[in-house]
Design a binder for this molecule. Structure first.
Ligand code: FAD
Ligand code: PYC
Length: 414
């Protein structure tokens, strides 16, 4: 595939953009692959990419029932940070953040990574204690975060109301390296790189069954026919329980809707990302000027990809309290995604009871930020059978009580 560069843009400008190649091929499935990844979201594509890049495994298909990035990867609010509490989390999320820092160069695709800084507001004494504890834990983990006072916060975010009527701002957890990236571009960049390595990204192809023989995976049934494989990675976020059921095992996952909305575009007014978890809203400004806004999950399980109406009202109410200027904004669009929740709010990257089947799920409301680190670790697990990055995220931790509790860091209350 021809590299994207300033020279390519100039060349194509001169010939009316007639020479751009398709960014990825649209092949028909082969009879057999060494590895099949189900789910062309960020995590599935990143897993495939690092299988090829780090281990030379390129006889790989990525099977997607819709269009690539059309699941949660293309529906999230693009927040990236690594300010988690527990050591295994800090390791994988900070690996992801480090990879994000050079991802555009690595993929030769502009993922618009914008390390503009991220603040989590503390608006109760409980949150003050929780976030100060996280700052101390992060210092031990080598993850640079800091505690900021309300006055420092007001300087960083002039539009914020630190004297709110119900929950005045008492300080915040600040990660300067945090920020955002363009979510679709992350999926598109990985897909293009995978296709360039000879991998098949197969869209509009739903996996309808998993075939096993003697406790080992041998292939899948799909709407485009049966495909054989030696190894299978299930990376399907909110549909993980459905896939696991096809293979005959169960996972401690619940699927719920999480929603977001964007306002009309306005002039630049906020150059950091702010999360306000007590009143329950978070906001950043996109490059187009829209305010990107999100709230909490629905309180019941579902697969609707829509979410309920009262959440929009609740989220906007929370933000009007924190950023009074929001009351004068018109909202443009609302959407939802189905997120996969575990009990300890940490993901599962694991072997399964079926030999050759691996699962990557449970990122819940916060997996966009983890995509490169998760793909890196999952590829190592699938190629070598073990990865230091994923070892603690084994599915059997729930049976053994070795939880990785990230309910404070999850950012979205549920
Ligand atoms: P997905 O992107 O959902 O990909 C899974 C794919 O599997 C889908 O494309 C689906 O079509 C496919 N699939 C499912 N079943 C089958 C089948 N049977 N056959 C074939 N394909 C199948 N995270 C953050 O870090 N920061 C945020 O700011 C943030 N905000 C969010 C806001 C919202 C509204 C939502 C919904 C999520 C948010 N998240 C955020 C979470 C983040 O989006 C997810 O954790 C992450 O995108 C999960 O990626 P994935 O690749 O695992 O799943
Ligand atoms: O995990 O940072 C996060 C997040 C923000 C919005 C949704 N999830």
């Amino acid at each position: 595939m021809r590299r994207y560069s300033v020279f390519a843009v100039a060349r194509e400008g001169l010939r009316y953009h007639s020479g751009w190649e398709r960014a990825w091929r649209s092949p028909q499935p082969k009879k057999k692959y060494d590895v099949i990844i189900v789910g062309a979201g960020g995590h599935g594509l990143a897993t495939a990419y690092y299988l090829g890049k780090n281990y030379g495994i390129t006889n790989v298909a990525i099977i997607e029932k819709g269009w690539l990035g059309g699941g949660n990867t293309g529906r999230n609010t693009t927040i990236i940070r690594s300010n988690y509490l527990q050591d295994p989390s800090a390791a994988i999320y900070d690996k992801a953040l480090s990879l994000y820092e050079n991802l555009s160069q690595d993929l030769n695709y502009n993922v618009m990574f914008s390390p503009r800084g991220l603040i989590m507001l503390a608006q109760t004494h409980h949150e003050v204690r929780g976030y100060k504890r996280t700052v101390l834990a992060n210092q031990l983990q080598g993850v640079a975060t800091e505690w900021v006072t309300p006055e420092q916060l007001k300087k960083l975010v002039p539009i914020i109301n630190i004297d709110g009527p119900r929950y005045p701002v008492m300080g915040g957890l600040y990660q300067k390296r945090g920020g955002t990236a363009r979510h679709d571009a992350v999926a598109w960049g990985y897909a293009r790189a995978c296709s360039d390595m000879g991998m098949d990204v197969i869209q509009q192809c739903e996996v309808t069954g998993v075939r096993t023989e003697g406790g080992k995976v041998v292939g899948i049934n799909t709407t485009k026919g049966d495909i054989d494989c030696d190894k299978l990675g299930m990376v399907v976020a909110g549909h993980t329980s459905t896939l696991a059921e096809m293979a005959g095992f169960r996972l401690p996952i619940e699927s719920v809707a999480l929603q977001a909305l964007v306002s009309e575009p306005i002039k630049p007014c906020m150059d950091v990302v702010v999360m306000a978890n007590t009143v329950h809203g978070y906001m950043s400004q996109s490059d187009k000027g829209e305010m990107v806004i999100g709230g909490g999950t629905d309180s019941y399980n579902n697969y609707t990809q829509r979410g309920s109406f009262h959440h929009i009202e609740e989220t906007v109410r929370a933000l009007v309290e924190t950023f009074p200027m929001v009351s004068r904004l018109k909202m443009l669009r609302q959407w939802g995604g189905i997120v996969d929740m575990t009990g300890d709010r940490s993901p599962i990257l694991s072997k399964t009871p079926v030999e050759g089947i691996f699962v990557n799920c449970g990122w819940g409301t916060g997996g966009f930020k983890a995509i490169p680190g998760s793909g890196w670790g999952m590829a190592e697990l699938m190629a070598k059978g073990h990865s230091p990055l994923t070892a603690e995220f084994d599915m059997y931790r729930f049976r053994e009580g070795k939880f990785i509790d990230e309910s404070v860091a999850a950012g979205v209350a549920h």
